[in-house]
Design a protein around this ligand. Structure first.
Ligand code: 13P
Length: 244
């Protein structure tokens, strides 16, 4: 089966360090099953650093609209024009800080697919939602609007990132992550979207990647902090490649 590992660099790094990290990734874990999501301002220089590799390039967000009067946004045509193949949509940091609704996220995912970009639709419950037993409902409420705009054959991925596990050092247990992934897979299968990869994110590191990769419904990882170190990121990629 295929797997995918993505590095979300968020607003870390400056141009030189972004280029150096991209070169490390290209050298240490080159392949079409890997992509990096640098800060958009460095996408072009990262693209150059990846030029002789198969590593994919993505943006961390996308406008739901085409070219026009949306100051500060990047539209799908522009993302493609600078050589991106992937985009993150609905990351919890944006759902929370920018108050992005699930319908808005779905519109972004649709804009990406229409432009032949592959969106990674991010979903994940808060600690409060998990502790009150509402975690599956919370994730499905985020996910279903995006699934409704997808058609069989559309290329996209889902990234399950529990909010309480992001940047906290607390990873969901492999069993808890697997349980949510199985629910997500069920929803995908009901809509003829079973080819869609489901990635896990939230404090993934070299030390826990193999255990996560062993779970039947965890097809890859969306990595934050540990993606900022080429060796560590390559070790995570290697753990998922073993699954194939
Ligand atoms: P961390 O791996 O730093 O927890 O971040 C996860 C994440 O938000 C990736 O999108």
């Amino acid at each position: 089966m295929s797997t995918f590992v993505a590095g979300n660099w968020k607003t870390h790094l400056l141009n030189d360090s972004a280029v150096a990290l991209a070169s490390d990734v290209a050298e240490l874990c080159n392949g079409t099953d890997v992509a990096v999501f640098p800060p958009a301002v460095y996408a072009q220089s990262v693209r150059q650093a990846l030029a002789n590799s198969q590593v994919g390039l993505g943006l961390q967000d996308l406008s739901d609209l085409g070219p026009g009067a949306t100051t500060g946004d990047i539209c799908a045509d522009q993302a493609r024009d600078i050589g991106c193949q992937y985009v993150l949509v609905g990351h919890s940091e944006r759902r929370i800080r920018q108050q992005e609704s699930s319908d808005w996220v779905a519109a972004k995912a649709k804009a990406a697919v229409d432009a032949k970009l592959v969106p990674l639709v991010c979903v994940g419950e808060t600690l409060q939602e998990r502790e009150s037993g509402r975690h599956v409902d919370a994730v499905m409420q985020q996910l279903l609007p995006a699934l409704q705009v997808m058609q069989s054959g559309d290329r996209f991925m889902v990234a399950y990132e529990p909010v309480w596990a992001i940047g906290t050092g607390k990873t969901a247990s492999a069993e808890d992550a697997q349980a949510m992934h199985a629910q997500i897979r069920l929803q995908l299968a009901e809509r003829g979207l079973e080819q869609t990869l489901v990635l896990y994110g939230g404090s993934v590191k070299a030390a826990n990647a193999s255990e996560l990769a062993e779970q039947p419904d965890i097809d890859g990882a969306l990595v934050g902090g540990a993606a900022l170190n080429g060796q560590e990121f390559a070790a995570i990629v290697a753990a998922f490649r073993e699954k194939k």
